[in-house]
Unconditional design. Structure first.
Length: 378
């Protein structure tokens, strides 16, 4: 995985998970035989719905949870069974876990005290890190005298003062309001670049993951559905699950009627042909295939129902219009039972040049090379 970190030559914290599994005593398999490589100095997001195993995987990497099977390597060393300190990891918790009776400075210095570092050295180091997270003016306050965003910075300072090679962040932004969340995610990203270490950040928010990460790992029921750069995850989701979870896509289906070097021809439920680029997969005529087309890569035009459907188009009615500023979200009800709810994002100027209205019969259509074949679900 190529990351966008400028200081990658000095980067640390390469993580390899080999056949990693976690089964709890009650028989729940939270993580199921996962193989994953995270290059040193990568900002990696573990993304998936509630219960998919993200936190369990993070806690295993951190050294806070035992493994049922497999191994964890950090910078080439097998750290399975080692303590967090021995493996060079630090964790930033969702609820920040700050000591309420200690000042910001003492909260940050606390971990160094546990390591037996003398008072002068630990306060010097704490002040250096507090400056890095821009809290110098508040260093003597108690956590209860800080805003949520400031508490989050203390938690970050307390984790990085340990000089970890891998920093694990469990839903670090979930307690913040929308405005602070956007600000803090930028700060986390820039802190990761400055430190040149690996961040592994658990989130269930798609846009958060694709905004900050070099590598997005989409999880499904304890397994990895896809691991790739945000661009690839968004533009080339591998399966229907990833396309649906990441959003911004319409997932359509058709039956293979012809195969040629130029591509695959499918017949949709409304009788139109859909063309798919050939991607080397072994398809057969008669097979039902799923594909995705991005919402912003479809067009909508008023329909004359008497006219036969052109290739790569669907017929429907406008169910709802939502103005989103830079685009109009046009939701359609189609007669295709496999894709009853198509959504198209029409750029604002384009929409208002020739607007459609709620209830109007329309066609949505797309260029053949905008269709992206999806692998069958596991
Ligand atoms: P969320 O986003 O809700 O935090 P998650 O993706 O982080 O979810 P995990 O907390 O890793 O998911 O949980 C994965 C699965 O393991 C879930 O089915 C959960 O109920 C189960 N699980 C977690 N901890 C335990 C435990 N101590 N004992 C039994 N099952 C557990």
């Amino acid at each position: 995985m190529q990351n966008s970190n400028d200081s990658s030559s000095a980067a640390h914290g390469g993580v390899v998970l080999a056949g990693l599994s976690k089964r709890y005593a009650d028989g729940t398999t939270a993580v199921d035989n996962i193989d994953l490589r995270i290059e040193p100095g990568t900002y990696c997001c573990l993304l998936g719905p509630s219960g998919c195993g993200k936190t369990t995987m993070l806690r295993m990497i951190a050294g806070h949870e035992t493994l049922s099977e497999g191994a964890i390597l950090i910078d080439g060393k097998n750290v399975t069974g080692r303590t967090p300190r021995e493996r060079g990891t630090a964790m930033m918790f969702q609820n920040y876990a700050l000591f309420p009776h200690l000042s910001v400075r003492d909260n940050v210095a606390f971990a160094l005290r546990v390591r037996g570092i003398d008072k002068k050295a630990r306060l010097f180091e704490a002040d250096r890190v507090i400056e890095q997270v821009q809290l110098t003016a508040l260093a003597n306050r108690l956590p209860g005298q800080l805003s949520g965003g400031q508490q989050q910075r203390v938690a970050l300072a307390r984790a990085i003062v340990m000089k970890p090679t891998v920093l694990l962040l469990d839903e670090p932004l979930s307690a913040l309001d929308e405005f602070l969340r956007l600000q803090m995610r930028g700060e986390l990203r820039s802190m990761q670049r400055t430190l040149g270490i690996t961040f592994i950040h658990v989130t269930h928010t798609q846009l958060e993951a694709i905004a900050v990460a070099d590598q997005v790992v989409v999880m499904d029921k304890g397994r990895i559905a896809q691991s790739a750069s945000p661009r690839v995850i968004y533009a080339e989701p591998r399966t229907e699950y990833v396309a649906a979870f990441i959003g911004g896509q319409n997932v359509l289906h058709g039956e293979v009627t012809a195969l040629s070097d130029a591509g695959v021809t499918l017949r949709g439920a409304q009788g139109a042909n859909f063309l798919l680029p050939r991607d080397g997969s072994t398809l057969q005529t008669g097979q039902t295939v799923s594909f995705a087309v991005r919402r912003d890569r479809m067009q909508v035009t008023g329909d004359t129902e008497a006219v036969a459907l052109a290739p790569n188009s669907l017929r429907g009615r406008v169910r709802e219009l939502e103005y989103q500023g830079i685009y109009m979200k046009v939701s359609l009800t189609t007669e295709d039972p496999a894709a009853p709810g198509c959504v198209v994002y029409v750029e604002e100027n384009t929409f208002f040049k020739d607007p459609v209205s709620v209830g109007q019969p329309v066609r949505c259509h797309w260029a053949a090379d905008e269709a992206h074949g999806l692998a069958a679900m596991a």
